[in-house]
Each structure stands twice: as C-alpha cells, then as structure tokens.
Design a protein around this ligand. Sequence first.
Ligand code: GLU
Length: 306
Amino acid sequence: MLPPHGRFAPSPTGTLHLGNLRTALLAWLFARSQDARFLMRVEDLDTGRVRREHETQQLADLAAIGLDWDGDVVRQSERLDLYADAVARLDADGLLYPCWCTRREIREAASAPHGALPEGAYPGTCRDLTAAERAARERSGRPPALRLHAGSARVTFDDRLLGPLEGVVDDLVIRRNDGAPAYNLAVVVDDAAQHIGEVVRGADLADSTPRQLLLARLLGLEPAPRYAHVPLVLGPDGARLAKRHGSVTLADRRALGESAEQVRGLLAAGVGLAAPGEAPSMRDLLDRFDPARLPTEPTTFDAAVG
Ligand code: GLU
C-alpha cells in the first residue's frame, strides 16, 4: 500500500477564501490524524492567471491558520519535463489526437444530444476528421490541443465522504493549445510521483475524479489515491463563496479584528469541529477530528453574521 501522504494543491490565481482555507485545514487534518506526511503543491501552470505574489500570500495565510507541511513547496511550473514525458507516453500508445476546436465551437456542438456523455462534454468533433478536414485545420495555423481517446469510459470510485460515485469520461484535453499540460494530466502525474495516498479537496472537483482515475490507469500509475471530497462553502445566495460575498478572506477577517486563531475557529465551526466563537488549537482539532462525522452537504457562510 502507498504511504497515505496528503496534500493541498492551491492555484495561485487569487486570494484563498474561507472555503479554500477550510478545505486546506481538512486536508491537513485527514493527513495528520493518520500520522501521514502533508505536502504543499502549487499548481501554477496557468501562466496567464498565476501571480507569484498570490502564491506568497496563500502560503502565508495557510501558515497563519496553523498548517504546516513537509519538505519544500513543489511548483508544477518546475516539473514540465514530467508532464511532457506522460504526454509522450500517451501519444506513443496512440491515445491522443489533435483538436482545433474553439470553446465556442465546443459549446455549440455540445448542445446537441450525444448519448452517454454528460452535459458540456467534448462531443468528439476532431476525433474522426477526414484527411481533407484535417488538412484544412492544419492550414489554419491555429495550434491544436491534444485530447485523449477516452472511449466514453465509465469510471466508478468510492469517495471516502460521498460514497460510490461514477462518471463517463469524455475526450479531455491533455495538452492545451498553448503547449501547457492540462490540469488533469499534471494532477495525476504529481499525485503519483509524490506518493499521495489520499486526495482531500473540494467537492467541486469530484467530477474530475473519473477523468483522473482513467488517466492514472492509462499511464500505469496505479494504485490511484483514495479520494475524499469535502463540502464547499456557499454564500447566503447559495452560490459558491466568492469575493462579492463580503469579508471572506483572512485579511478581510483580520480587518474586522479577528485573529488567525479565531478564523480557524470559524472554519472549524462550519464543519462541527468547534462551537460558535470558540478558537480551538490545531491539537484540539486533531483530537476531535473524525471523518465519519463531517458534513457531506455544502455549508453556508454569511459574512454579515460571521
Ligand atoms: N489546483 C486545484 C484548485 O485550486 C486543486 C487541484 C486538486 O486538489 O486536485 O482548484
């Protein structure tokens, strides 16, 4: 069995809000309560949106609420060779094809019914191009992305919190048309290379898991990690927590006079690990932590109430 290393993998594209911080705290609790190592991986492949100052701020906020991690912070931008190697392996196995579709073309084509594939899935336009169609696209000069021949694979897994889940995998992008490895590929390569035994992350990523499991299988990177998708934090309007919901970052809360320990208490209270207004230590939280008692439904945070 793999050692059950845990990890948190933030994308430095903005400030972490209370929902992100709570996911990080839970990932830390899952790992540390099993005496596992806890790794910090910065997912900075989206060069258009990533800022180094966001990374610095995110890591400072995570440390301020009490998280520690083992070893150096790992940055995906420093591991491009690993992803290129994985892309080359899939390609050598005949599992990839070039795709010239724009987002708009996909949206329009995907609105037509496509059998088993979920809504928004790639309908396969570039999979079966005639030689003439392909030549025309090549002449366009637009660089292609690379997609996986997923064969509408049906993948099931047993989520530690959500129970049995399944998904049909569409032909996901493996390498973007700007040459960057796609999120799903990089995550799978890194989780395997870093010996992650348990992935704890927000429930919004549960839909990506069948894709990642299929990739792990095709790349021979099994056993894949176990997954625990933790509940999201919603604003009072029922939408995923965001800046417009008010004081939702550590800096915002500090500006209201709250300490980092009080913010940690607020995060813990949202998942039943603290009483309202209490500021438990990390040790207290570890003592109280029991995955079986975590909520599985999203919770609501109203910044006006706190
Ligand atoms: N970097 C991703 C995010 O910030 C998380 C990826 C993961 O945990 O698998 O949404």
